[in-house]
Design a binder for this molecule. Structure first.
Ligand SMILES: [Zn+2]
Ligand SMILES: [Zn+2]
Ligand SMILES: [Zn+2]
Ligand SMILES: [Zn+2]
Ligand SMILES: [Zn+2]
Length: 248
């Protein structure tokens, strides 16, 4: 019951109630309570809860990340600014950065668990679990399999190696080799930054170019034209009259 106007309101004294989300007292009259729960401050705190894994159940505030029942003296803001909570959130963000692990539904209490989008597996959302998952061989393998067709990386006859079409270079056929190339190879990263900068907001797609070894073209969805997938040709096309005419 996240929308009911009594959400977050607990009895306090004969004349007052308390909003435990905001940590304030309110006169015990429906009109006052409703006014409070419709207020911007209260709504902000409800939103803060969904971003921070805090729930309100059985008149109690509970923080799922910290696995901690908050004292009624606490408020949502108070807890989200607490060091232990901030540390968890920061450590978690570090762990899942670039790992395709989704924890938003967990924080918003829509799901009990974290979800790995590349392994299609769910697990209890603790720092320890996530850390061991992101470091597992299974996850490293899934993520490199997922990234290959997004990065122009293809198998070759020799199983020990892969071929990067973008850099025209061979890389080691291991999860580490692939991730190392995608995340650290300067030429590879430079190509992506350049091309992505160019096609951003131009409705040009390079997905098929990246996923198909023998496709040499980007595709302009506006002009229904294939364009050689290199910076020079793309730039020429983006500045051509035919393409510009679609954006005026
Ligand atoms: Zn409130
Ligand atoms: Zn917490
Ligand atoms: Zn995974
Ligand atoms: Zn490359
Ligand atoms: Zn075009």
């Amino acid at each position: 019951m996240k929308t009911g106007f009594l959400y977050g309101i607990v009895a306090c004294s004969k004349t007052r109630v308390r909003c435990v989300l905001c940590g304030v007292h309110i006169p015990k009259a429906n009109k006052c309570i409703e006014q409070h729960t419709n207020g911007a401050k209260h709504k902000e705190n409800v939103e803060l809860m969904t971003e921070n894994g805090i729930t309100f159940k059985d008149n109690k505030l509970y923080c799922k990340p910290c696995m901690l029942e908050l004292s009624l003296e606490d408020s949502v803001i108070g807890h989200t600014e607490a060091e232990s909570h901030l540390n968890w959130m920061a450590a978690m963000e570090d762990l899942i950065d670039g790992e395709y692990i989704s924890i938003e539904p967990f924080l918003a209490s829509e799901k009990d668990d974290a979800l790995c989008e590349v392994c299609h597996s769910t697990f209890q959302c603790t720092l320890q679990n996530i850390e061991s998952h992101v470091n597992s061989i299974n996850h490293r393998t899934s993520i490199s399999e997922y990234l290959k067709p997004l990065n122009g990386i293809f198998p070759v006859e020799n199983d020990d190696e892969l071929w990067c079409k973008i850099c025209n270079t061979f890389i080691e056929n291991t999860a580490t080799g692939i991730l190392e190339h995608i995340d650290n190879d300067e030429q590879h990263m430079y190509w992506f930054t350049t091309i992505e900068d160019l096609i951003e907001e131009q409705d040009i797609t390079i997905k098929s170019f990246l996923a198909n070894e023998f496709d040499n073209n980007a595709y302009c969805n506006k002009c229904h034209l294939e364009i050689n997938c290199n910076a020079r040709s793309l730039e020429d096309h983006i500045n051509s009259d035919i393409h510009l005419s679609h954006f005026s």
